[in-house]
Write a protein that binds this ligand. Sequence first.
Ligand SMILES: C[S@@+](CC[C@H](N)C(=O)[O-])C[C@H]1O[C@@H](n2cnc3c(N)ncnc32)[C@H](O)[C@@H]1O
Length: 205
Amino acid sequence: MKKNRSSRSWIIKQHRDQFYKKSKILGYRSRSAFKLLELNEKFNFIRKNTNLLDVGSSPGGWSQVASSIIKNGKIVAIDKKPMEKIKNVVFFKDDFLKEESKNEILSIFQKKIDVIVSDMAENTTGNKNLDCIRTNSLCLQVIDFSTKILKKEGVLVSKLFMGEEFLEVKQMAKKIFKKVKFYKPKSSRNISKETYIHCSTLNSL
Ligand SMILES: C[S@@+](CC[C@H](N)C(=O)[O-])C[C@H]1O[C@@H](n2cnc3c(N)ncnc32)[C@H](O)[C@@H]1O
């Protein structure tokens, strides 16, 4: 039992170290950057002209990836925590769940946008079910907001957890979007319940 636990933590550490080292070499602020790179390689939704919202952006790995690809589009990022400046990214520190934050985002863009990415997650409590519910309800909030800000042919990519409320997220996404897919990047640990939802083309409601 003890041996199993230590080999499990060895695997987690190896996985973490591998992406940590790679992120340091490439200058990314977080290992999460590799998740967005893989997601974009699979679905190809961030392009030169994309207008993009990054929700739960700090410390900034995803915004760095977006900034390196987008040349003529606007990038807006929001997080409750601070984030150091990134070229071409308008960041504001606030709680995405507040109505004022959503209004602020709408007024910064002044038009419908192409892509929302959300890697938002609550701090873990140690209670896996509770963590899952809390993070999946953030995902539901982002799906809801996408109806207000995305273009008809827009794309939403969001973190969620396999577990409590997963089906609710899937059902809501299918009601709102024509295509809904799930993808777990290799850079996301196997034993983690984390996965990503890719939704495209809004249904006419
Ligand atoms: C996994 S981190 C994001 C990592 C980021 N994608 C990167 O590449 O650096 C999750 C972030 O979600 C943020 N977050 C959680 N709830 C939030 C909320 N209600 N509003 C804004 N940000 C939130 C946290 O502060 C945290 O920085």
